[in-house]
Ligand binder design. Structure first.
Ligand code: NAD
Length: 249
């Protein structure tokens, strides 16, 4: 067995409070492009622009032209081996908390519970003016029947999904839960994140500053690479399968 896999399995087995932090890279093997890899969304769109509060407010039709096909795409994908491995580790009590930046709900669909979703998720549709909430099916039906593709509330204002936009306030409850988990963690395993987006990019630093250890399983470089106990530049799915196997029953 590969020494890195064994080291990661041992780190998790010895931890009292292991926490997993995931990013878009854990879902690429399910067919969802991440932001920064080759072929990632960044090459086609500037997500900071289209997935922003400014675009939602100033040009809702452009916003929904980007957002609507992504909702369909996310509805047609399945959790992969890495999501399933994280859920198994959580169910076995080896992983005590799961924090994700992803909005795709694949962790929940793989059986993880609870999931701390720091960037919201595609759960429902909301009106920012009158706080009315509708199901995702209803949100999509309203978008599809509108001439400009923009779903509207009965009050007339454009609606959005539960995904947090650039320039929008983060969900405070989830952010507090994420910091709490990081403060208690003696091990943090990061899977598939470039650790470029704040405030999540600060969480590994919180763990290290309290004497915890860090493992990163992400293909590209990150700013924390030199501070890791275990650093693996491989695909998340097969690696996490091998880690589960190394941990045994
Ligand atoms: P990112 O795109 O910045 O980084 C992803 C990282 O994962 C990269 O470093 C890449 O090398 C690595 N990676 C890609 N495929 C991998 C694989 N199979 N195995 C291991 N590593 C792999 O993603 P981020 O750090 O999550 O930040 C981007 C932001 O984009 C987040 O806020 C997230 O909410 C959002 N986002 C979410 C989704 C989703 O929900 N699936 C998709 C795209 C973007």
């Amino acid at each position: 067995m590969n020494a890195d896999i064994r080291a990661l399995a041992e780190l998790l087995a010895d931890a009292e409070n292991a926490v997993v932090l995931t990013g878009a890279g854990i879902s690429t093997e399910s067919g969802i492009p991440d932001f920064r890899s080759a072929g990632g969304l960044w090459e086609t769109y500037d997500p900071m622009k289209v997935a922003s509060m400014n675009t939602f407010m100033d040009d809702p039709s452009l916003f929904w032209r980007f957002h609507r096909p992504r909702i369909d795409m996310l509805g047609s994908v399945e959790p992969n081996a890495a999501h399933r491995a994280v859920a198994a580790l959580q169910q076995r009590g080896i992983v005590k908390a799961l924090i994700t930046q992803n909005i795709d709900r694949l962790h929940s669909r793989a059986g993880s519970d609870p999931v701390i979703e720091v960037h919201g998720s595609l759960d429902r549709g909301y009106c920012l003016r009158c706080s009315t909430a509708v199901s995702m099916d209803e949100l999509c039906a309203r978008a599809d029947s509108a001439e400009d593709g923009v779903p509207r509330c009965t009050c007339g204002f454009q609606m959005k999904s539960g995904v947090v936009l650039f320039g929008e306030q983060m969900p405070m409850e989830a952010i507090e839960a994420a910091y709490d988990a990081a403060e208690r963690a003696d091990v943090m395993l990061v899977i598939g994140s470039s650790l470029q987006v704040t405030p999540v990019s600060q969480l590994p630093g919180v763990v290290l500053s309290r004497g915890g250890r860090l493992a990163i399983l992400t293909e590209s470089e990150t700013d924390y690479d030199h501070r890791c106990t275990v650093r693996i530049h491989e695909k998340a799915g097969p690696t996490m399968d091998a880690v589960l196997e190394a941990l045994g029953d």
